[in-house]
Design a protein around this ligand. Structure first.
Ligand SMILES: [Zn+2]
Length: 176
């Protein structure tokens, strides 16, 4: 395992293709509320003088409460994942990331972008522990997700994956 003092936390890193970053001016309403529970969502939208009438914001209280509880749990688990990763506990980070993915799928809706982040975390953790097969499996999901969102990445999957490993190596030090 690489012992790199500048080890990055999975969620704190740049997207692995820097040129794919969405310019701030393109921030849309769904983006600023992504994954937030009801009160935080309402607060964020207020700054835009916007009241949301989507199916989630107008759902019956019980349904909204369940969604809020899931979103808070996701948030807390993402936090724990970062801490596990920084504490050199990649297997714990993998377990936590799996839980986040499960909750994201349960929550459904527009949290697709957050799944991509989790796939990258999975790929990174497997890369760190030297499990190339699983790193590649999740790496492909990252690439696929970006393509679905309309990004053109490399010549093929091989090219795109090489870019991912290069980035991991830059951020975590040689290894994998
Ligand atoms: Zn809404």
């Amino acid at each position: 395992m690489p012992s790199n003092p500048v080890k990055k936390s999975p969620s704190a890193v740049r997207p692995f293709f820097p040129h794919l970053q969405t310019p701030l001016t393109n921030t849309s309403i769904p983006d600023i509320t992504l994954g937030l529970p009801t009160p935080e969502r309402a607060h964020a939208l207020k700054q835009w003088n916007f009241t949301c009438h989507c199916s989630l914001c107008t759902a019956p209280p019980a349904e909204r409460d369940a969604s809020d509880a899931r979103r808070r749990q996701i948030d807390s688990l993402r936090d724990h994942t970062v801490r596990a990763f920084q504490a050199d506990k990649p297997y714990q980070a993998l377990r936590l990331t799996r839980q986040v993915l499960g909750l994201l799928r349960e929550e459904g809706g527009g949290l697709f972008q957050m799944e991509g982040e989790q796939y990258e975390n999975m790929a990174r953790n497997f890369w760190v522990v030297g499990d190339g097969e699983n790193a590649e499996r999740y790496g492909r999901l990252v690439v696929e997700g970006l393509r679905v969102q309309g990004f053109e990445i490399g010549e093929g999957d091989g090219d795109a994956l090489e870019g991912l490993w290069r980035r991991f190596e830059e951020e975590e030090g040689p290894g994998g």
